[in-house]
Structure formats: structure tokens, C-alpha cells
Ligand binder design. Structure first.
Ligand code: 9G3
Length: 566
């Protein structure tokens, strides 16, 4: 491709609306343009990168017996009503009506429709297992589309669905996808980590996420420095050492005027925050609940959501607590609480002694609280968010935190969708059984953005070779060198090297700036000085390393560098 013909309108300035580096650089490198909030046009450079990622994904899905199909984007409401999810997702779903007022949605994901297809044509165990996938646009009407391609309302996903006759089959499919994902992200040149993830929301029972490690990633993960335990923060657990119990004392009410926060109360009473109990109220589908965690802990709302189920879960604001229970916020507590309110508490609360809680009376707290003695009607479970430095749940190692970008997720679904939609098969005994499912996603457009978040410097993108829009960038410094550059360009093309030739009538500074911005792995500069000696200057975008090659050896050297990528 000659750059004079390339539609890649680069920008000198960073657009103000772009908050993260991948969004800024894709706009500046002329890769994408916004068409609506969270909806982007992929310009030719981006499309080339996407095609490379999609090729890698297709190859690895096919290697694990995936079969590509194309499911419709426009999906009838009926199947979503059958699965019960039409009402779960609310405004996040793009809904539409046809001229006959029949309801549809733009596919946010395809569990319902693929299950319906399989149900229609799979009869017996001989038709299974099946691994069906597609690479397609998905639609989700995010409240706040942000971060460019990271959280768009229209995005590209590879989604594969597995259909097996039993748990053993599901396990095999799940492992096959784990292997495939590991190969996909390795081949894309990304540093990534599979982590344990929550699967509650989609109705599954095991799940892992593939996280591209990046300092500015949205997702928080923890990992063990000793074993291979790693989990996202929503799922992570730890072992926490608790201090031995002191003597049991009598419950006492103390005045704590105006001391409304954990910090204020613990300062005032000269105790550690860890000796206080935080009492929060949440609104749920079945009314209010109280949630207790140690004063130095945070409630993990994902764990809480999985516990209480339903669609609604929100932290009740102070006015609401006041109005509903006549309780003073900052002074609420579990002792003597209205028996109609179910209390859930984190496991660590059960092990506390001589704790401090609100007295349910303005200006007072209770001290010397013994949970088992003073508020026995409590369901204990894991509700806290782990903290770095705590002990790994599996070994003696310590947990550390890191940031990442979720680019893939794999789930064991079980029978949730086959049951709801009636997808069955006849087993060897001729008995009807529910198909066991799994689903496995890769955010293709997000993977492109994540690759940039992991590979950039102050001058622009540094594409990993396997997904770079071009492999080699031949830059002719001025019109004088163009004939030689054109000849190299032809030689490289003949050798099958994906080459971009900067043949533009621009100043060298502009050309080099654009080259760094676009980030093609190898830049070959043909300038007057080198050419006088029959040489070109080579610069590797990843490392910044520079070399000089003779004109005659360029093709051999490039082929050597590209190796298996040719
Ligand atoms: C919806 C809407 C948003 C959604 C979903 C459904 C997320 C939904 C979870 C998944 C899970 C898997 C297939 C590939 C692997 C991941 N947001 N999820 O189901 F209706 Cl509006 O999509 N899907």
C-alpha cells in the first residue's frame, strides 16, 4: 500500500474527549472515528488489525473443532422471554419493533438464539458434541459508553457455544477453549493472565477471565506470589488471621455524639477500625436487608448479589433508611434490629470480640459486642473484598494486586438455557436429557484497544508484529529517494511482506512522526546519506533498536525477522 493512497487521517493534537491512551492513539493514528456515542467506524488501519486478530481467533477456534456460523443480529423477543432475560436487562438492551409491532432486540449476546437453533435440529447423542461460533457485532446500550473501543455500544465479539451430553463433555469443551484462548492471546503478542471470575450473572457455575495486563486497565485482579492462584477482585478470597479472643465483657452503651463514620467512631473510642462492625442497608427485590462487614472492610457487591439473587440491589441512601426504619444513619447496628430485616454478615464478623456497633439510637454506640451472643440471627458468608498482602486461599503465599483489561471470558453454563428453551437430546437409552452448555467470548475490538494499552510510548503505538496493520514501513525521505524506495517496496511485496510505502510529498519530520504514531514494527528509512553508501536505516518500533542494512540484503533480513509470520 502506498501511503499517498491510504485513508489514515492522522491528527497532531490529542482529541479532548479521549480519556485513555488506546482511544487517543486510535483517533490520532487515523484508525477510528466516532459515529455516535459508543459507536465507531473502523478506518482501514483498524480494519487490518481487526482482520488479523479475527484470523488468529478463527484458526484457534477451528483447531478445537469450532464451526463458524452466523447468527442473526436482529433477534425476536419471544426467545428472550422464554429464557426469562427479556426483563432482566432493561435499558441495556437495544429494543425495536417491526411494522407489525412485533418486538425484537439487537443481539447483546447469542445464548438464546443459538440454543433455539440447536434445539431445532439436534435429536440424539450422536449429533453432539457441537462447538458453534461466530464473530459479529454485539449491541449493548451502556449507560455511559466510555474509553473508545473498550466499552462501546456496538462492538465485535467472537462468541462460541458448546453443547455436550454430560459434565465430562462440558469439561473437555471448557478446557479446549482455555487452551485456544491461551494460544490466541499469546499469538497476538499480549501479556495476559487467566483469572478466576464470577459467573453468577449469566447463570453459570465456573468461569475464568483472560486479562491483558495493563497499568490503566479497568479490572482489578489479585494473584499469589507463590502458587498460580489469580482471581478478579469480585471473586477473590483470602485467608485472614484473626487475633485471639480476649476476655468476654458485658455489653455496654456509650455516648458517641456526632461520631458517624467508622474512622470517627474508632478515633473517638480509641479502637482500631477492625474492631468495629460496619452496618449497611441494601434494597433488594424482596425488600431491605442489612449487611455487616468488619469496619476496615468493603462489601463486595458482586458476592452480595450472588447471595441475594434477583435483579435489584442498591445501597440504600441515608434518607431512605431514616424514612423506612426511623433509624439514624451512622448509628445503626445489628443488636436489637427489627427482626423483619434479614442480616447477612461476612465470615470475619463471626470471629470478632468486644466489637463496636451502632446502638440504633442517635449519638450512641454499643461496645463489648459479641456477635454470637448479641445478634445471633445472622447468615454468615464471604462478603468482603480481599486486600493485597493477605494470604492466598490455597497456600502460604501473599496476594498482590494488578490491573488488567478483560478480553475473554469462558463459562460453564450447565443447563440454564437448554432447560429454559427445551434443548434436549435422546441418550443411548433413548431417554430425553438436557444438553449441557458452555459459552466463551473474546472481545475482538477490545483486544485491539488492549494491545495498544500494553504497547505504546509517548510517540505512538508499538504494534506486536502478529497484529500490526503492516509489517514493514518503507519511508522515502524525499522525492530523490523515491525510485529506490519504490523498488524495495516492489521486492518486499513480491516476497509477501505487508508493506506500507511512505511516498508522500511531506517533510521528513512529518513522515517520522506519523510512522511512530501508526506503529508498524519495522521502519526502513531511505535517505540521502545512507543511500550514498547503498544502505538503509532500520528502526524497530518495539525496542527502538537501530541497524543499517545494504539495499541488497533488505528482503533477506526482513524475511529473517518475520520468520513464521511471513
Ligand atoms: C444482555 C445484555 C447485556 C449482557 C448480557 C445480556 C453480558 C449477557 C453476559 C455474556 C456472557 C457470554 C457469550 C460469549 C461469552 C460471554 N451483558 N452478558 O448475557 F441482554 Cl443487554 O454475554 N456471552
Amino acid at each position: 500500500m502506498r501511503q499517498s493512497n491510504l485513508f489514515a487521517p492522522t491528527l497532531r493534537e490529542t482529541p479532548a474527549e479521549a480519556e485513555i491512551i488506546s482511544h487517543q492513539l486510535m483517533l490520532r493514528a487515523g484508525m477510528i472515528r466516532k459515529s455516535a456515542a459508543g459507536v465507531y467506524t473502523y478506518l482501514p488501519l483498524a480494519q487490518r488489525v481487526l482482520r488479523k486478530i479475527m484470523t488468529i481467533v478463527r484458526e484457534e477456534m477451528d483447531r478445537e473443532d469450532g464451526q463458524e456460523l452466523a447468527l442473526p443480529i436482529v433477534q425476536p423477543a419471544e426467545i428472550w422471554k422464554e429464557s426469562g432475560r427479556w426483563d432482566v436487562y432493561g435499558p441495556e438492551m437495544f429494543r425495536l419493533e417491526d411494522r407489525h409491532h412485533r418486538e425484537f432486540c439487537l443481539g447483546p449476546t447469542h445464548e438464546e438464539i443459538v440454543t433455539t437453533i440447536v434445539k431445532g435440529d439436534v435429536r440424539s447423542y450422536r449429533d453432539l458434541p457441537l462447538r458453534l461460533y461466530q464473530i459479529q457485532n454485539k449491541y449493548r446500550d451502556e449507560i455511559r459508553p466510555r474509553f473508545g473501543l473498550m466499552r462501546g455500544r456496538e462492538f465485535i465479539m467472537k462468541d462460541l457455544y458448546s453443547f455436550d451430553i454430560d459434565e465430562t463433555g462440558l469439561e473437555e469443551s471448557y478446557r479446549a477453549m482455555y487452551r485456544a484462548y491461551t494460544r490466541v492471546f499469546s499469538r497476538c503478542g499480549l501479556k495476559f493472565r487467566p483469572v478466576e471470575a464470577d459467573s453468577g450473572a449469566i447463570g453459570g457455575n465456573a468461569s475464568q477471565e483472560f486479562m491483558v495486563l495493563a497499568e490503566n486497565g479497568e479490572a482489578l485482579i489479585v494473584y499469589c506470589d507463590h502458587c498460580d492462584y489469580a482471581a478478579n477482585i469480585e471473586k477473590a478470597t483470602s485467608q485472614v488471621q484473626v487475633e485471639a479472643a480476649g476476655s468476654v465483657k458485658e455489653l455496654e452503651r456509650v455516648a458517641t455524639p456526632n461520631q458517624k463514620t467508622i474512622e470517627a467512631v474508632s478515633d473517638f473510642l480509641k479502637v482500631k477500625p477492625a474492631d468495629t462492625i460496619k452496618t449497611l442497608f441494601y434494597g433488594t427485590d424482596s425488600g431491605y436487608i442489612a449487611v455487616l462487614v468488619r469496619g476496615d472492610d468493603q462489601v463486595n457487591e458482586i458476592k452480595l448479589g450472588n447471595l441475594v439473587g434477583g435483579n435489584k440491589l442498591y445501597l440504600a441512601p441515608p434518607e431512605e433508611i431514616n424514612q423506612q426504619f426511623g433509624l439514624p444513619v451512622g448509628f445503626v447496628g445489628p443488636v436489637g434490629l427489627d427482626a423483619k430485616i434479614t442480616i447477612y454478615a461476612d465470615n470475619l464478623v463471626e470471629e470478632m470480640h468486644n466489637a463496636v456497633v451502632g446502638a440504633n439510637q442517635e449519638g450512641y454506640h454499643l461496645v463489648n459486642v459479641e456477635p454470637l451472643r448479641d445478634f445471633p440471627e445472622v447468615t454468615y458468608t464471604n462478603l468482603r473484598t480481599v486486600k493485597p498482602g493477605e494470604q492466598c486461599p490455597h497456600c502460604q503465599g501473599r496476594l498482590h494486586d494488578a490491573r488488567g483489561i478483560e478480553v475473554g471470558q469462558i463459562f460453564k453454563l450447565g443447563t440454564k438455557y437448554s432447560k429454559a428453551l427445551g434443548a434436549t437430546f435422546l441418550d443411548e437409552q433413548g431417554k430425553s436429557q438436557l444438553i449441557i452448555m458452555g459459552c466463551y467470548g473474546i472481545g475482538v475490538s477490545r483486544t485491539m484497544a488492549a494491545a495498544i494499552e500494553q504497547h505504546f510510548d509517548e510517540n505512538g503505538i508499538k504494534w506486536p508484529l502478529a497484529i500490526a496493520p503492516f509489517q514493514v514501513h518503507v519511508v522515502s525521505v524525499s522525492a530523490d529517494q523515491l525510485p529506490v524506495a519504490e523498488d524495495l517496496y516492489r521486492q518486499l511485496n513480491d516476497a509477501g511482506v505487508e508493506t506500507l510505502l511512505d511516498d508522500r510529498n511531506e517533510r521528513p519530520g512529518v513522515k517520522f512522526k506519523d510512522a511512530d504514531l501508526i506503529g508498524i514494527p519495522v521502519r526502513i528509512t531511505i535517505g540521502p546519506k545512507g543511500l550514498a553508501q547503498g544502505e538503509v536505516e532500520v528502526k524497530y518500533r518495539q525496542t527502538g533498536a537501530e541497524e543499517r542494512w545494504t539495499l541488497a540484503e533488505v528482503v533477506t533480513k526482513v524475511k529473517e525477522y518475520l520468520g513464521s509470520n511471513l
